[in-house]
Design a protein around this ligand. Structure first.
Ligand code: FEO
Ligand code: CA
Ligand code: CA
Ligand code: CA
Length: 521
């Protein structure tokens, strides 16, 4: 029996929701020619394991900034860049926000396994996480740093950030630091949302309701005793001033992203996924049109296509288990599970199709459930209304055939989809991931005969992932974060990557700017 690609995806139906092995097994059946132009104004590349940032013919790139680059006399660019968000100042100038997800232990704090974790190392690491704000100016086709600009600044693991909450959390209304900043979002009023994902790695986690401490991986708590409940939030940053606040109304979990869209009735919907096996998809609806400080949080029952309120006032089950709304927000996972939310295959980045309003959710994988390659889920809110309480869910693309482990996405000005993959460093270039070689950037036309085809446009250096896709306001540049090249290096003497400098240089996470023959609208 043979299926066309379209029937094939339909046939799989909700299999990736059910987290079963069907997607992986079935996807091995089709292997159409990989290098195609599918109606695009360029030809794709084949999978490669080169230690380089490889681009399809016609595309070119330049570095914007690398880890440790000075952005001012006072500050330097952080480690492991992820989410990027350009905010226009005018046609030729912008402020670029860049997340710094986690410390580069090898190159940054120069720590090797077995060595003692010193305070000096951890202070380096605290400074290297969070985010950067950098002023860029376009000179010819290229965006360049304005060194020492008044806009250049850092948020990091030391920054004091207010918690916007009904009551103090663990006795405080201020959190020390932001870190684990993975993906993010932008509000309709052009502030940046940066999302704290794997927060438990730094100050551990406390179980609920037992309050038992689970130790941290990076042992920052060895020198700083900060409460875990101060992390795992969405942080709103004013790109012009650097003022930041943690928005507790959006809930606490491993926030991958926070994707905003105005609703038909003048509020703002914010979609966010919890990137952990069998965790949930959330939607927040603001109370006001110009603030995310207050509103109602919902969790998705994807199987029944409905949003369920996490309001303590409205849900008797939550009243029974939690003492107030703040406690529900701190423990969204427990609250969602109590209400019967649908476990998903690690929901990561979310983007909204500008042409249809459909909400695209990357489900990276769920290996313990036999789902190795993930999928892109499409959620269509009833009546295209983002305030709706009901929706339809279907697979848009299923991994295993053309790509594996989708993580980050962006739509271009013409409404086509671009996405990048995140096969983990341990898994890459080994079965069942071998054929995909290094992580890549892919293009999916959304219209015409080739709609839904997947064309690889870029390949990452060794061990790296491509993240933080964002188009410049003029649509001519795609900013991409090249994160963790050489992360599987055993030591500074045995490096697996030398990107971007080449030779015997240490690998450095960097933001690049890509120019290309972008598809026309
Ligand atoms: Fe930081 Fe879920 O990727
Ligand atoms: Ca991610
Ligand atoms: Ca994105
Ligand atoms: Ca990821």
């Amino acid at each position: 029996m043979s299926y066309s690609r379209r029937d094939f995806v339909k046939f799989l139906g909700g299999s990736t929701l059910a987290l079963g092995p069907a997607a992986f097994v079935a996807c091995q059946k089709e292997d159409e020619n990989k290098v195609s132009n599918a109606g695009a104004p360029f030809k794709g590349i084949d999978y490669t394991d080169a230690d380089d940032f490889v681009l399809a013919p016609g595309f070119e790139y330049d570095l914007v900034l690398s880890f440790k680059d000075k952005i001012s006399d006072k500050d330097s660019f952080g480690a492991n860049n992820d989410y990027t968000r350009p905010i226009a100042l005018n046609d030729k100038e912008l402020i670029l926000w860049v997340n710094h997800e986690y410390p580069d232990i090898l190159v940054g704090s120069r720590w090797t396994p077995g060595q003692e974790r010193t305070k000096e190392m951890i202070d380096h690491e605290r400074y290297s996480t969070g985010g950067s704000l950098v002023h860029l100016k376009k000179s010819g086709k290229k965006w360049q740093l304005v060194y020492n600009s008044q806009y250049n600044r850092r948020l990091n693991g030391n920054s004091k950030i207010p918690l916007v909450s009904d009551r103090p959390i663990e006795g405080s209304t201020v959190a020390e630091g932001t870190f684990a900043n993975c993906a993010g979002g932008v509000t309709p009023w052009q502030t940046v949302l940066t999302c704290e994902e794997n927060y438990h790695d730094y100050y551990g986690e406390r179980t609920f309701p037992e309050r038992k401490m689970i130790p941290s991986r990076l042992q920052w708590d060895k020198y700083y005793q900060n409460p875990p409940e101060h992390y795992g939030w969405v942080v709103e940053v004013n790109p012009k001033t650097g003022d930041a606040k943690k928005l507790t109304a959006l809930g606490r979990f491993s926030h991958e992203c926070a994707t905003c869209i105005p609703t038909n009735d003048g509020r703002v919907a914010v979609y966010s996924g919890d990137d952990k096996n069998d965790e949930f998809l959330y939607k927040f609806l603001s109370k006001k049109s110009d603030s995310l400080e207050e509103g109602e949080l919902f969790v998705a029952n994807v199987k029944e296509g409905k949003w369920m309120s996490l309001s303590w006032d409205k849900q008797p089950k939550l009243k029974e288990k939690f003492k107030d709304q703040t406690e529900v927000l701190i423990h969204c996972r427990e609250a969602g599970r109590l209400l019967g939310a649908t476990p998903l295959a690690r929901p990561e980045d979310i983007e909204i199709n500008p042409a249809t309003g459909d909400v695209f959710v990357c489900l990276t994988n769920n290996k313990p459930r036999g789902n190795f390659h993930g999928s892109i889920l499409k959620i269509s809110e009833s009546g295209r209304n983002h305030a709706s309480m009901i929706f339809k869910a279907e697979d848009f693309l299923v991994g295993g055939e053309d790509f594996s482990c989708p993580d980050n996405m962006a739509f271009d000005k013409a409404g086509n989809l671009w996405f990048a993959t995140d096969m983990s460093g341990n898994a890459m270039n080994k079965p069942p991931y071998s054929k995909f070689k290094n992580n890549g950037l892919y293009y999916v036309p959304m219209k015409g005969k080739a709609a839904g085809q997947v064309i690889q446009v870029a390949s990452a250096p060794k061990d790296a992932e491509l993240t933080g896709l964002s188009f410049s306001p003029d649509g001519e540049t795609l900013f991409v974060s090249v994160q963790h090249p050489g992360e599987k290096s055993k030591s500074l003497k045995e490096l697996t990557s030398h990107w971007p400098k080449g030779g015997s240089a240490e690998p450095l996470s960097s933001v690049v700017q890509i120019r290309g023959p972008w598809p026309k609208a």
